[in-house]
Design a protein around this ligand. Structure first.
Ligand SMILES: *Cc1c(COP(=O)(O)O)cnc(C)c1O
Length: 284
């Protein structure tokens, strides 16, 4: 793999650099590529199975399905029950992951939590369990590779930004680049929740700055201002995802003023289904 390129975009009269991790691969891109880096470097014969769990529109799920197809590994993915409509959709991350051979198993709501806990206990020799969203200490190595790519660019920038779900990406990036400030925002819960998630992996370093959006956003809900910023970014030359990126960009525009290198976290494959939801609501 060559280093992903850097683009320069202008947004509201401000220049930003963007590290184009979205261009790494159509299905295994963005921070999921970075987080799965160690597994991607693992010789196919060392493992025969990846086990994971979480949501059925997850970008991590699609990235793991794509990886397993390439490696010849089985991929078993556990979720709570999903609707028939969702199973029959001919687009989106679930559809593509199934095409890659993902074996999807639904677990009843009441049993889900205990079942997921039991996965860790019964793991076979050649199986590897990836926690929801790839929140795993094994993500460290891939973020160190990203850090070395950033250093090699010798840009005159001292601040980085990337949005958080579990916070794994932002945390390991900040640890790998102590000489930079790393901005992030939480797309899933509040700042406290994000800090909790991060602290389960490593001590949060001082150069990691969690910005709080001016308004509370709920994950995967539709917001006209998110769509607006998505379109503005598209017009500026780069497509971003509709779940994580809009909140990060909005907050950066409102709360920072220095030059920033934004690490594109990928996830553009999920836009198809998000845009059709916006369209159904009459927003597009
Ligand atoms: C998964 C994902 C994130 C969140 O990454 P974490 O490492 O869990 O914080 C951010 N952006 C996109 C597009 C993602 O798919």
């Amino acid at each position: 793999m060559n280093n992903s390129p850097i683009s320069k975009i202008n947004l509201d009269g401000r220049d930003f650099y963007v590290k184009r991790d979205d261009l790494i691969d159509p299905f295994l891109a963005g921070n999921k590529y970075r987080k799965l880096y160690t597994l991607l470097q693992t010789p196919p014969n060392n493992l025969n199975k990846i086990i994971s769990y979480g949501g059925t529109q997850s970008n991590a799920m699609l990235a793991m399905a794509s990886m397993c197809k390439t490696k010849g590994w089985e991929f078993i993915y556990y979720t709570k029950p999903i609707s028939k409509t969702q199973k029959e959709l001919q687009s989106g991350n679930y559809y593509h992951a199934k095409r890659f051979g993902m074996w999807h198993v639904e677990i009843e709501y009441e049993l889900y939590k205990d079942f997921i806990a039991s996965l860790r206990v019964n793991i076979e020799d050649k199986a590897f369990l990836v926690d929801q969203g790839g929140a795993d200490t094994s993500a460290k190595e891939g973020l160190e590779v990203l850090a070395s790519e950033i250093r090699a660019e010798n840009l005159d920038v001292k601040s980085l930004a990337t949005p958080s779900g579990t916070g794994t990406t932002a945390l390991y990036l900040a640890l790998a680049m102590p000489e930079y400030k790393v901005y992030t925002t939480s797309a899933i819960g509040d700042v406290e929740y994000l800090k909790e998630q991060m602290s389960a992996l490593e001590t949060i370093p001082d150069n990691l700055v969690i910005l709080e959006p001016s308004k509370k956003y709920h994950f995967a809900k539709l917001y006209p201002e998110f769509l607006e910023i998505y379109k503005k970014l598209l017009k500026a030359g780069v497509e971003f995802d509709l779940l994580y990126a809009p909140g990060m960009w909005k907050t950066l525009l409102e709360q920072t003023d220095e030059e920033i290198l934004y690490i594109h976290s990928g996830g553009v494959s999920g836009n198809e289904s998000m845009l059709s939801r916006y369209m159904q609501k009459g927003f597009v």
